[in-house]
Design a protein around this ligand. Structure first.
Ligand SMILES: N[C@@H](CCOP(=O)(O)O)C(=O)O
Length: 431
């Protein structure tokens, strides 16, 4: 299977080449040349397959022969060693918990999958790869954890100073070894744009082999489609059409869900729920894509002003606005509404959501107002404990720290502070 650049379809790469490069030489995002639906029998009998079997069937066509089947199966077993439960909170409303992995956020699957693929592709190679990643909170910790100690790979994580939660910061600044954290005086968008500038900077690329571990990289992006299949497996017997509400920042997760739908998984509709960073909700109203600098919110991992993956979503629908609207709604919610939702969910069902999940819940409820005959699943993209101060302030309770989090709490933060792109460039050229 080849992948083509969304800037110029003639620029093609195999799975291996696209993973190693991160983005195309023309700086376009890679996109699969085809998405072949899986057999109806697979979806009809999905409950008879293990998560490992489901993941293998779903990802195999994209990886093709670049990784032997036995190795791919092994990678999937390494990556998916935790659960993805669907928890019903109300009639026709459930949450898909994606936080049972090592850093308690949905990014664990993609980060570990990519680390395993890159580790496989680097065997016997003598050139080291530098993985550049921008994070608004959760990607950084997951990538740090997933790539820790991977031979031949150095990881540089850029994060906006003072704009990630304390626990997220611990997760991405304390591991050491081959992981370096760069604290940027700016927003997530500044971090993302510095990463993209580095890819264009021949002073750096002549000296270093760079790749990205954000969802622009196909090996980070595509495995996210597993979650939707795992949710379908658990809810298909509900006998209603399924809708997914996805808390969205960089839009990789929801776009992967749409790929699962193209594989043939029955889904009635997707809802992209955002915080005040409402570029996509506005686009869905008026068809104009107008990136704006991100603003800080309590659901900080979604503080993104120019979501990288939205171009993939538009491409999936051939840039046909009417077609896209049939399958996607997008709503934005302010922090006070999010806190009110956290309280309402807690008082009605006893369930503690994190602020991102609460945004997803709000999106779901809004859509269900006029589409009540649906079974709605909102994604809990991170464990509430990662946003301890928000949970404490809003619900007046302190969730116990799980062992994954306790592990990093006592560790010392190490970061390099920079103000501009030049700071990143000097670090990369001197390291
Ligand atoms: N929400 C993200 C922002 C980067 O998204 P990615 O999926 O492209 O890595 C974060 O938590 O850092």
């Amino acid at each position: 299977m080849n992948f083509y650049s969304l800037n110029n379809a003639n620029n093609q790469a195999s799975f291996r080449e696209a993973v190693i490069a991160g983005i195309a030489p023309d700086k376009g995002l890679y996109f699969p040349e085809r998405i072949s639906p899986l057999a109806d029998a697979f979806f009809n009998n999905i409950e008879s397959f293990s998560n490992h079997e489901i993941a293998f069937k779903a990802i195999h066509q994209f990886v093709s022969d670049d990784i032997p089947d036995a190795v791919l199966k092994e990678i999937i077993e390494n990556v998916l060693d935790f659960d993805f439960p669907v928890v019903e909170l109300e009639e026709n409303v459930a949450t898909l918990e994606l936080f049972h992995g090592p850093t308690m956020a949905f990014k664990d699957v993609g980060a570990r999958f990519m680390a395993n693929c890159l580790g496989y592709f680097s065997r016997g190679e003598h050139t080291e790869v530098t993985v550049l990643v921008a994070t608004s909170g959760d990607t950084g910790g997951a990538v740090a954890n997933g790539f820790l100690g991977v031979d031949g790979v150095n990881v540089v994580i850029l994060y906006p100073s003072g704009k990630v939660s304390d626990i997220q910061e611990k997760q991405l600044t304390t591991l050491g070894q081959n992981i370096v954290a760069i604290e940027v005086n700016g927003t997530f968008d500044d971090c993302q744009s510095m990463v993209k500038t580095a890819f264009l900077d021949t002073d750096i690329t002549n000296q270093k082999k760079l790749t990205s571990a954000n969802s622009i990289n196909i090996a980070r992006w595509l495995p996210q489609l597993f979650y939707f299949l795992f949710a379908y497996k658990q809810t298909k017997t509900k006998g209603k059409e399924i809708i997914f509400s996805v808390p969205s920042g960089n839009f990789g997760n929801i776009c992967a869900g749409m790929v699962a739908q193209k594989l043939g998984m029955p889904v009635k509709h997707f809802i992209a729920a955002t915080n005040a960073n409402a570029v996509v909700p506005k686009f869905m109203e008026n068809g104009t894509y107008n990136p704006i600098p991100s603003v800080a919110t309590i659901s900080n991992a979604m503080d993104v002003g120019d979501p990288s993956n939205f171009i993939r979503i538009r491409h999936l629908y051939q840039d046909n606005f009417a077609k896209l609207k049939e399958n996607l709604s997008s709503f934005s919610f302010a922090d006070d509404t999010t806190r009110a939702a956290m309280k309402a969910i807690h008082s009605e069902s006893g369930y503690v959501t994190d602020p991102h999940g609460a945004v997803g819940y709000l999106g779901l409820k809004k859509y269900q107002k006029s589409n009540s005959d649906t079974y709605g699943i909102f994604l809990e993209t991170a464990h509430p404990v990662k946003f301890l101060d928000v949970v404490e302030d809003t619900l007046g309770l302190s969730p116990e720290l799980p062992p994954q989090i306790q592990k990093v709490m006592g560790k010392e933060k190490k970061s390099i502070k920079i103000n501009t792109y030049e700071g990143l460039k000097s670090y990369l050229l001197d390291s």
